[in-house]
Design a protein around this ligand. Structure first.
Ligand code: NAD
Length: 247
């Protein structure tokens, strides 16, 4: 898969301090992109001396914080070429399909409103620059099919797929491409804690045709493809990267 020359491109990544987001950031740095990382958690020490990287503490559920972050990265790097709306949470919902209202609000705030905030504010910046730009949203296998016991996470990620398709059709004429990646089981801190605490989930990785769970870098490779010119005629698409699970 080609990388479409991200050398010098300014890419914003939310949730870039752990798991899939950290893998995206690491690959972008190695490709000489200029990277703005937003997260509620601290920047990992391995990224502390990375060139052309700025880190900002941002809660994606706050529109004001996203707006200020984009202003900051444009001040630093001069423009915005791509946005990866990746931050998300995967809390256990109890398994009964009767998730509490408090947890519902929390999941939708991060997984859905967070992506909405990033996409809309990135769009406003792309417009200020005269059009063009790329959005890549992290959806989930749970955003394209059902996943037992986690109805709110499924709903929140289906909404991300809906935003992706609608924005693609709305903004295509302005040269803005919008795609999503739908990871299956990927070995990250979030996934490990979900499986460690909840034995009901343990059979699922065994159902993956490739016989293993995925690595964060395997999602990052797809995100890099969607960010770059190699995917220049792709928009409104949801790329499943899941080892064949559920096909
Ligand atoms: P992770 O917990 O390892 O990383 C998520 C990062 O997002 C963390 O650094 C966290 O601090 C940050 N974050 C959480 N809430 C935030 C907020 N309000 N504002 C800013 N940052 C916030 O998780 P991961 O597994 O790497 O997940 C990344 C994305 O991939 C999520 O959207 C998740 O839903 C999705 N996903 C993961 C898997 C998987 O198996 N790991 C599968 C499908 C989809």
């Amino acid at each position: 898969m080609g990388n479409g020359s991200l050398d010098g491109k300014v890419i914003a990544v939310t949730g870039g301090c752990s798991g899939i987001g950290l893998a995206i950031v690491t690959k972008l740095i190695s490709m000489k992109a200029k990277v703005a990382v937003a997260d509620i958690g601290p920047l990992p020490t391995e990224l502390a001396s990375a060139p052309n990287l700025i880190y900002t503490t941002v809660d994606v559920t706050s529109r004001e914080q996203i707006k200020a972050w984009i202003a900051e990265l444009v001040e630093k790097f001069g423009r915005l070429d791509g946005m990866c709306a990746n931050a998300g949470i995967t809390p256990w919902e109890g398994g009964e399909g009767t998730t509490s209202e408090a947890l519902y609000d929390k999941i939708f705030a991060v997984c859905t409103l967070g992506v909405w905030n990033c996409g809309t504010e990135a769009y406003f910046q792309f417009e200020r620059q005269g059009g063009g730009g790329v959005l890549v949203n992290t959806a989930s296998a749970a955003g394209v099919s059902g996943f037992p016991g986690m109805p709110v996470y499924c709903g929140a990620k289906h909404a991300v797929v809906g935003f992706t398709r609608s924005w693609a059709t709305t903004w295509g004429g302005k040269g803005i491409r919008v795609n999503a990646v739908a990871p299956g089981f990927i070995e990250t801190p979030a996934q490990k804690s979900l499986f460690k605490d909840h034995t009901a989930l343990e059979p699922f990785p065994a159902a993956v045709p490739l016989g293993r769970i995925g690595q964060p870098g395997e999602i990052a490779d797809t995100v890099i493809f969607l960010l770059g010119d190699t995917s220049s005629f792709m928009t409104g698409q949801v790329l499943s990267v899941n080892g064949g699970h559920g096909v």
